[in-house]
Design a protein. Sequence first.
Length: 291
Amino acid sequence: MKQLVSIIIPCYNDGQYIEQSVNSALAQIYSNIEVIVVDDGSNAVTKDVLKKIEPTITKLITQSNQGQSTARNVGIRAANGEYILVLDSDDFFEPTFCSKAIAVFLNKKEVKIVTCQANLLLENGSKVVYTPKGGTISNFMISNSALGTSMFKKKDWKVCGGYDENMRKGFEDWEFFIRLLKNGGEAEVIEEPLYNYRKKNNSTTVKANQIKYELLQYIYVKHIELYKENCESLIRHFLRKIEGEEIEKLKNLNRIEYKIGFNILRPFRFIKRKFKIIKIKYAASHFNYCL
């Protein structure tokens, strides 16, 4: 018998998109699935949509708003599947993701996470394809190298302690993957855009990036022993990053647009300097007069 895949969909005020998200889960060609939606304290509009689609899903769990990490953990605890797929309520999968992800798990015992390329759906109607890096813990120490909506085994979720429920501002999926891989294993990337991600201007990811240094500090301190053990590789990474930024800065300085702008503004800078000198001389003479 096929392994059961539990698709967990936390939902908070996504009445506009949740039906498409659920339908993409139900449309998987991999037949042995269950779909669990966790209503994380949504508004009345979203609750009406959830009530309409409830008969089509396996389970609807309702709770007060406690954040995405808690909602994911609640859904996973209620899951019966050996494999877990977390799906954001405003995004959707292509029908073949589950079947291709399960095939990876069955063929590669070292894999703990299966992710894929993603179509980034921009608000202007265009889209671009994003490819995560995947790999081992060394990649995940630098940045999140898998989509937050990836597949993993429930037993691995349990061993590493689930999602950190203190992380309500973002990056919780990255931190979870660090713990999932820190004792071995790797993330495999399916080289097809099987996931569709709405890149909204007010998304959780955008908000998280606005406070990313606060979130990075939390992750680094929480896993300080891991980062200490890999100090040398981290130093090399950060030095390469600084070098790249300096090279880019030099390129900008040498671009013709910069040179043109510099020359155009030169007379104004000259006048500004002269005016500053006059002000200094005036202030000095006024000071002498007062004496």
